[in-house]
Design a protein around this ligand. Structure first.
Ligand code: CP
Length: 348
């Protein structure tokens, strides 16, 4: 497809991009991956360009894959710790000489570089669901350069791109692939739901037979579920929600168990602000762990996926994550390739 329209666009959620555009991004990622593997340099693509990366939260994969990606494309990735600049804040959240209004930060950085990427969820927005996404949208509104979502409280679109690229590489198709995104137990209830929400959007968009499995009380955003139903109807797959872990795993080709906290921990308007209730649901479902016995319910060629970091011994056992069905390091590597693809297309 013609990719001129990609230039200058924000990448905040897959919902803003068509299936054809996402397929083009995946093809570009595979092309860059193969070319780099045979020693072809492509450091002319973003030569002299700068990506500003604002991390309100910690990161291993996201930070390093964006930095390495910009190096390989010939540009520079600049790390910004919000506590060491004037913390970008929305109107009503400002503190004199401590914060700086997002509209001002966005316009200053637009005069100096070529894209702004942001990670923000949880504590920096006091776990108000949608609060971090609002910061992303406000940056995107004011910036003259692309704004990239490195994970907010609603979406983790680059993780989802890496996830579906990995499925494409392993199976060669999305048709007939049963993709099970499941909740799993963790000792920490402080887990955003960006990964599962973006994963089911990506899987249904690509036409997988997608199953979302979780205990009652761990529901995801209704708007995301509605989008998944629509993609399933449009793209030839299916979408189901199950509260039965073992039933959901039967015949799965992709097993992707991961902890998230749902509405009880989030504050109004979406959540009920009841962390104790969340803790009770977590504690009652410690058997939602991906061990070898559970993997045996899946298809014999099933792959085990996780965005990492994984809570070993809780979300997954060592023998599964370190075993032959695990593709977690391919998935982590693919963060680099999909991000290079998006940056190449939108930052030209
Ligand atoms: N999967 C992921 O986003 O990892 P990091 O938190 O290490 O960036």
């Amino acid at each position: 497809m013609k990719t001129d329209s990609f230039r200058g666009r924000d990448f905040l959620t897959l919902l803003d991009w068509s299936k054809e555009e996402i397929e083009t991004i995946l093809d570009t990622a595979l092309d860059l991956k193969r070319r780099y593997a045979i020693g072809e340099r492509h450091d002319h693509i973003l030569a002299t360009k700068t990506l500003f990366m604002i991390f309100y939260n910690q990161s291993l994969r996201t930070r390093n894959s964006f930095e390495a990606g910009m190096t390989q494309l010939g540009g520079h990735a600049h790390y910004l710790d919000p506590s060491k600049i004037y913390t970008p804040a929305l109107p009503g959240k400002e503190i004199a000489y401590t914060t700086e209004r997002v509209s001002d930060v966005a316009r200053v950085l637009s005069r100096m570089g070529d894209a702004i990427s942001i990670r923000c969820y949880g504590d920096p927005v006091d776990w108000v669901y949608g609060g971090a996404h609002e910061i992303m949208e406000n940056f995107a509104y004011w910036a003259d350069i692309p704004v990239l979502n490195m994970e907010c409280d609603k979406y983790h679109p680059f993780q989802a791109l890496a996830d579906i690229l990995t499925v494409k590489e392993k199976f060669g198709t999305f048709k007939g692939i049963k993709f099970v995104m499941s909740w799993a137990y963790s000792p920490s209830v402080h887990k955003p739901r960006a990964v599962p929400q973006s994963a089911i959007i990506a899987a249904t968009m690509m036409g997988c037979d997608t199953v979302l499995a979780h205990p009652k009380g761990m529901e995801l955003d209704d708007e995301v579920l509605a989008a998944c139903r629509q993609y399933a109807a449009m793209n030839g797959g299916s979408f189901e929600v199950s509260n039965d872990f073992e039933e959901a795993l039967k015949g799965a080709h992709v097993v992707y168990p991961k902890a998230w906290c749902a509405t009880p921990i989030f504050k109004p308007p979406v959540g009920q602000d009841d962390p104790q209730k969340t803790q009770e649901i977590f504690d009652a479902n410690k058997d939602w762990i991906c061990d070898q016995e559970h993997m045996e319910l899946a298809d014999k060629y099933a792959i085990y996926m996780h965005c990492l970091p994984a809570d070993r011994g809780f979300e997954v056992t060592d023998d599964v994550i370190d075993g032959p069905q695990s593709v977690v390091f391919d998935e982590a590597e693919n963060r680099l390739h999909v991000q290079k693809a998006v940056m190449s297309l939108v930052m030209r």
